[in-house]
Design a protein around this ligand. Structure first.
Ligand code: ADP
Ligand code: MG
Length: 471
């Protein structure tokens, strides 16, 4: 039985064990004690085979967490110690915990269950379409919870995933950070791999697209860059806003995009705002981006948040978290799904480490900082979007210098709400409204204060907006 824990490793300095202890030593210098003791110390090296280091974690949760958060770093530490290692894999050996000082598992827990396949996480990370980015194994349609705020985006993504026929091109997904854009794109890719394995699907971020483009220029290899992107059946580019103001990358993107669309290949794009609001992107590209289906993902509603938490909690049967804790989190953490998941993960980690049921009181204590940050944290950005939406004008108009009444009044309302609902100073607000002077903001606030008293319709508009922003 080849199990060597961090605690036992001292003294054994040969071969595999020696490498493992050096990997741990590297990790120890890179992370603080809390992280090291919680996540790395409980790990045990099981085996090295075919260039893959297999490590065991004591719980499924821990394994998932390591895969999601530390696999790359651990993989790098291994590769640095032993260049022959190109892959890592975590398995679960329940009942075994190195950090807790438990004795090594008995003969009944096999280090490698017979015929056991490596976990999909590790495979996904290392065997990808040559030039696409790796896919997160957690981001599938099955794990995506649908609610009012994301149903259109979800339905469109499903359509793209399940049909070889191109119905709308491109599919443009947009919404604030942490609302599931990347999740949906990965889900499309996973679904394609399963149902149409021959289809060439490539997912990458706009940043990676740019990087590849730039290096193809550096290595005078733009021909093969063009060829490889144009041979794709389904191209997905995430966070397109990244190429704003990057002229030549935009140009190349546009050519690729047009070539694919002309050949009826599916393109899926995501960004943090709608095509029309993509500042720093050429007009002809912006308008072309809006030709297909533009689906926005709105901020989450309570039911969706609770649904997401329940789904995640169900995946951790060994951890006991009561419904009231989930409801509490869904009510309190409204910023985005990423933070919501982060909060739940912290509670799960906590419960795993202390081995008790998670109570409401414990949650309040453990999440103090997060809860405080989520109290009325409305951003100017969000106010601007909501106000633009509400008055049916474009965000870019709201921020422009146009003085026409139908945009100037909403702009004043947005400044007014920014002053009332955020802790930002007048100069800060001015800056975020296209670099205006603080006196302009002051004037807007005063004006709206007066008008609220005189104008019933405006008063209603503002109350309505305040309600939307508070939810
Ligand atoms: P974005 O790309 O929009 O910034 P992500 O797709 O990275 O957001 O999502 C952030 C996190 O929230 C991910 O862990 C993702 O799985 C999760 N998430 C977002 N929306 C949902 C949803 N509707 N159901 C389940 N998980 C979700
Ligand atoms: Mg994303």
């Amino acid at each position: 039985m080849n199990i060597v824990t961090a605690a036992q490793q001292e003294g054994i300095e040969t071969g595999m064990e020696a490498q493992w202890s050096r990997v741990l030593a590297r990790l120890r210098t890179e992370f603080d004690d809390g992280v090291f003791n919680s996540w790395f110390k409980p790990l045990a090296l099981v085996n090295i085979e075919d260039g893959c280091a297999v490590m065991a974690a004591p719980t499924r949760f821990m394994r998932n967490w390591l895969n999601a958060n530390y696999a790359d770093r651990i993989g790098q530490a291994w590769a640095a110690e032993n260049p022959a290692i190109s892959d890592i894999n975590f398995i679960v050996l329940s009942g075994f915990a190195a950090a807790a000082g438990a004795s090594p598992p008995s003969e009944k827990s096999p280090a490698r269950a017979p015929g056991r396949k490596p976990e999909p996480a590790a495979v996904a990370r290392h065997r990808d379409t040559e030039f696409g980015a790796p896919l997160d194994p957690r981001f599938t349609f099955d794990s995506f919870v649908v609610g009012r705020s994301n149903e259109l985006a979800y339905a469109a993504a499903r359509r793209v995933a399940e049909n070889k026929e191109v119905h709308f091109n491109p599919l443009f997904l947009h919404g604030g950070v942490g609302l599931g854009k990347t999740h949906l794109m990965h889900a499309i890719a996973w679904s394609n791999r399963e149902h149409f394995p021959a289809r060439k699907v490539v997912y990458l971020s706009a940043e990676q697209f740019m990087y590849q483009f730039v290096s193809s220029i550096r290595y005078k290899d733009t021909m093969s860059f063009k060829q490889k992107f144009r041979s794709v059946d389904l191209l997905m580019i995430d966070d397109l806003q990244f190429i704003a103001n990057k002229q030549s990358t935009q140009e190349e993107f546009f050519h690729t995009f047009n070539a694919l669309i002309d050949h009826r290949r599916q393109v899926v794009i995501s960004a943090d705002r709608s095509p029309t609001d993509m500042d720093g992107i050429e007009e002809r590209i912006r308008s072309r981006l809006g030709w297909g289906l533009v689906a926005d993902i709105h901020p989450t509603e309570y039911e969706l948040r609770l649904g997401i938490l329940q789904q995640k909690a169900n995946k951790e049967p060994e951890v006991d978290i009561s419904l009231s804790v989930l409801e509490f989190l869904a009510r309190k953490i409204t910023s985005n799904v990423r933070e919501l998941e982060g909060a739940l993960n912290r509670m799960i980690a906590h419960a795993t480490l202390i081995g008790r049921e998670v109570t409401l009181e414990m949650t309040r204590e453990v999440l103090q900082d997060l809860l405080r940050a989520n109290v009325r944290r409305i951003s100017i950005d969000e106010i601007q979007r909501r106000v633009a939406d509400y008055f049916n004008i474009r965000l870019s108009e709201l921020l422009s210098s146009r003085r026409a009444r139908q945009v100037a009044r909403p702009r004043q309302v947005a400044m007014y709400l920014a002053k009332k609902l955020t802790p930002k100073s007048l100069p800060d607000i001015g800056r975020q409204f296209g670099g205006r002077d603080h006196t302009t903001v002051m004037h807007a606030v005063k004006r709206i204060d007066e008008l609220r008293l005189a104008d019933n319709v405006l008063e209603e508009d503002i109350q309505h907006l305040e309600r939307i922003l508070a939810s």
